[in-house]
Design a protein around this ligand. Structure first.
Ligand SMILES: Nc1ncnc2c1ncn2[C@@H]1O[C@H](COP(=O)(O)OP(=O)(O)OP(=O)(O)O)[C@@H](O)[C@H]1O
Length: 358
């Protein structure tokens, strides 16, 4: 096993800058997830670490070795692709054994490695089947098995679950977490799915337009997003963003003139400055208080025990999540309080305005 260091990585395709000064350190044994919208450069970054793309500038180190100029086969990595990339004419066993055969490993060594990986992934009974006779989830397991048998220093995963249906995705997520606990191999995992990022990562790197927007532990990014982009990218339902203006008295005014008390800010913007109030669905308080805002239920999504309410009122549409006892219905007026301690404040450029206790 080994740590991974990506230093000042830049990648251009012609005139297009796809990676801009990306630096990431992944500690030995860590599970790092790169997340971001389509086209932000995630796959390019992963492919550069694998050696399938060459960086325009920057360095990549795996363990003690600078691998920037090395071909994929000499980097000590194993990659699992979204498409699985299994050989259709080979059985699951042969697919998993392929890399070791190429590396001229002995028959007994190959057999032990394949059977060990098959046992970890519970696919012992599928080893004689060709990919066409396997389900999507089973193919995915074989692709992961092929990565495991090589005992790499670093696992690279490129959207490995995106071809699976929602139910299987959920189960495979658990399996990834369990696999990482079992093997402890340093992992770089790319996804556009923020739930995968939140549930799997020791550390999340949010990529936007080829730049790192923010990196940190999932909980920290969720609790203290540096930007409105990160705030709205992580978490479902999405954080609500209400446009507002700073008032003379230090509160913020929503459209219609309703005032909202703010947490004490380290550097409050001047009166008249445009700000955005962010609030997570689980932090909205419903019920009459002195400072309650008048909202109306525009749409209720009932999920069983929980309901997601989309409320219309001052400043726009607010999403909140409640335990559903059936008492709130579309068209009902609901007083809403935005607890100051739960508010996230962003300036006009979308940067977080820190409160004094951060
Ligand atoms: N070989 C290439 N030549 C030119 N442009 C490329 C090439 N490969 C990727 N790009 C461009 O680089 C940008 C980043 O692509 P990349 O595949 O890394 O994004 P991504 O974040 O993985 O997106 P997705 O989630 O959709 O897979 C895109 O605008 C893409 O069109």
């Amino acid at each position: 096993m080994a740590d991974l260091s990506i230093a000042a990585a830049c990648k251009r395709f012609g005139e297009t800058e796809v990676l801009r000064d990306v630096s990431i350190e992944v500690a030995d044994g860590e599970f790092a997830v790169i997340v971001g919208p389509s086209g932000c450069g995630k796959s390019t970054l992963l492919r550069a670490v694998a050696g399938l793309e060459h960086l325009t500038s920057g360095r990549i180190r795996i363990g003690a070795r600078d691998v920037t100029a090395l071909p994929p086969s000499q980097r000590g990595i194993a990659m699992v692709f979204q498409s699985y990339a299994l050989y259709p004419h080979l059985t699951a066993y042969e697919n998993m054994a392929f890399g070791l055969r190429i590396a001229k490993a002995g028959r007994a060594e190959i057999d032990a490695a394949v059977r060990r990986a098959a046992a970890i992934l519970s696919i012992e009974s599928l080893l004689d089947r060709k990919p066409a006779a396997l389900s999507g989830g089973q193919r995915q397991r074989v692709a992961i098995g092929r990565a495991i048998v090589r005992q790499p220093q670093l696992f690279l995963f490129d959207e490995p679950l995106s071809n699976l249906d929602a139910d299987l995705r959920g189960r495979m997520r658990h399996e990834f977490a369990a696999l990482h606990r079992t093997l402890g191999t340093t992992t770089l995992y790319v996804t556009h799915d923020q739930i995968e990022a939140m549930t799997l990562a020791d550390r999340i790197v949010v990529l936007r337009d080829g730049r790192i927007e923010q990196a940190g532990a999932p909980r920290d990014l969720y609790a203290r997003p540096d930007t409105l982009f990160v705030a709205q990218f992580l978490g479902t339902p999405q954080m609500t963003a209400l446009p507002a203006t700073m008032a003379e008295d230090g509160r913020a005014r929503l459209a219609g003139g309703h005032a909202v008390a703010l947490p004490p800010l380290a550097a409050p913007p001047p009166p008249g400055a445009a700000v955005t109030l962010g609030i997570r669905p689980e932090d909205v308080a419903i019920g009459a208080t002195a400072n309650a805002l008048p909202f109306t239920i525009a749409f209720a999504e009932r999920l069983g025990g929980l309901a997601t309410l989309h409320l219309e009122g001052p400043g726009g549409v607010l999403t909140c999540q409640i335990r559903d006892d059936g008492s709130l219905n579309e068209g009902d007026a609901v007083p809403v309080t935005l607890p100051p301690a739960r508010l996230h404040l962003f300036d006009a450029a979308g940067k977080r305005l820190r409160s004094v206790d951060e």
